[in-house]
Every structure is written in structure tokens, then in C-alpha cells.
Design a protein around this ligand. Structure first.
Ligand SMILES: [Zn+2]
Length: 248
């Protein structure tokens, strides 16, 4: 057993008893972690109730138990509640999407500091600037890249050469293949053709993050290409759609 100080973003809560809940946090060094929050609903003899909202960034002290046993939340202090996000339906949905995406795409106990930073950056951008499709697509790119699911988009996997005239990506049976126009054959499965400016935009979004997504001028076609790519890869990996997609 060890006490750990960390930051965490709350992704999911469920009732554990009349007074306690389990909370799933996403933390930079611990990755996804489930903790038992005792007395959080009604308080204990010593402490008043201090509920944790979904999508709240907290400072945490966690008593980490042996593998297989539920860790215990000892203390929490709110650092950012993304208040504007809570007052607007489109923003809430964009935020809840981040929670669903992380729960589906990350693994328990796998540290992910870069993805943690990108997630906080995404929520802050949605909070400040509102929800938009490019921002959401940029966040999807970040998640896929951090988890190692995003292929290199400017090099052909068939001939090994750089791609100049449009990248064809085919997603089928859990595999993703990338080809240049000369090598691209029919192939079965979901496919998307990314125009060269779209590949450049993806590279810029990955390098510069959510700041770029807020400033970038992207036409509807480019956003559609990026979303078809990211959601195609997610669907191909999970074998299903995410629930939040139809609300975004
Ligand atoms: Zn090729």
C-alpha cells in the first residue's frame, strides 16, 4: 500500500453503497484508475459530503492497494470544473465524448501523461471556445496517436515511398492500411481518401494540439475526411460505434 499524490480527471462514477461511490479517474502517471470514495455522498463523521462531478479536474491523494484490490480516495480538491462546459448542451456532449473515448480506448494502469495533457487542453478549449467538429476530430487524432493506433499518413505501406497525391486509408478487420494512389487497389472495408492538405492538417493538429484546432481554417470537406479517418479507425478497433457520436 502506498499514498500517491496526483491529478485526475473524473470519467465515470457509480454507486458503491448508500454513502460511497467508485470513481474512475484518468491520471497522467497512473492512467485510468478506479477508486473507492468513502462517504462522498453523505459525508463521514469527520468530513462533510464533497461530491465529485463528471469531467472535474482534481488534485488527489490515493491510497493505492495491491493489484486487484480497489484503491481508496483519501483526499480530493477541485482544480478546474470547466464551468462554461456545464452550462451548454453542445459543450457538455463534447466533454462527455472525451470521457467515453478514454474509457473505450485506454487501459487501466497505463500511464499516459501526453494524452492527459491533451485531454485537459481539449476540455479547456471546449469550455472557452465552444464545441466544434474540428476540435473534436483533433482530439480523436490525439487519442489514436497516443495509443499507437494512428498510421503514418504520408508514407505508402506498399511501396515505401512518400505520398504526394492523396492518401488512401482502408480500415478492415482491425487492420489499417495506407497506400499511395499508384498502389491503392480496391480492397474491402471502409476507406477514406485524404487529400494532401488534409494530411498536412492532421500533422499540424498532432504537433500543435488544440490551439491549432481552434485557429485553423478547415473546410467542411477536410473536417469530414479527418472524422471519417478517426471514427473509421475507432469503429474498426472496437467493432462498434460510440454512443456519443450521434449527439455530436
Ligand atoms: Zn505506393
Amino acid at each position: 500500500m502506498a499514498y500517491v499524490n496526483t491529478r485526475g480527471l473524473s470519467l465515470r462514477r457509480s454507486d458503491y453503497s448508500e454513502t460511497s461511490q467508485t470513481v474512475t479517474f484518468f491520471a497522467p502517471d497512473l492512467g485510468r484508475i478506479n477508486v473507492l470514495a468513502k462517504g462522498i455522498k453523505r459525508g463521514t463523521g469527520k468530513r462533510p459530503a464533497s461530491p465529485i462531478d463528471l469531467l472535474e479536474l482534481d488534485e488527489l491523494v490515493i491510497l493505492q492497494k495491491a493489484p486487484g484490490a480497489l484503491s481508496v480516495l483519501v483526499e480530493h480538491r477541485s482544480m478546474d470544473r470547466f464551468n462554461a462546459l456545464r452550462g451548454d448542451l453542445a459543450r457538455i456532449r463534447a466533454g462527455l465524448y472525451a470521457a467515453e473515448l478514454l474509457l473505450a480506448m485506454t487501459h487501466e494502469g497505463q500511464s499516459a501523461p501526453a494524452l492527459f495533457d491533451r485531454t485537459v487542453e481539449y476540455l479547456r478549449s471546449v469550455d472557452r471556445h465552444g464545441a466544434n467538429r474540428l476540435l473534436t476530430a483533433a482530439y480523436e487524432l490525439s487519442v489514436l496517436d497516443a495509443e499507437g493506433y494512428l498510421p503514418q499518413l504520408n508514407r505508402c505501406a506498399e511501396c515505401g515511398g512518400p505520398i504526394s497525391g492523396g492518401t488512401r486509408v482502408v480500415m478492415a478487420s482491425g487492420q489499417v492500411s495506407v497506400a499511395c494512389p499508384a498502389c491503392a487497389r480496391g480492397g474491402s472495408g471502409a476507406a477514406v481518401l485524404l487529400r494532401p492538405p488534409t494530411v498536412k492538417a492532421c500533422e499540424g493538429l498532432l504537433r500543435m494540439g488544440m490551439v491549432a484546432a481552434v485557429r485553423m481554417k478547415a473546410d467542411a470537406g477536410m473536417i469530414r475526411e479527418i472524422s471519417t479517418l478517426t471514427r473509421g479507425i475507432i469503429r474498426n478497433l472496437l467493432g462498434r460505434d460510440l454512443r456519443t457520436w450521434r449527439f455530436l
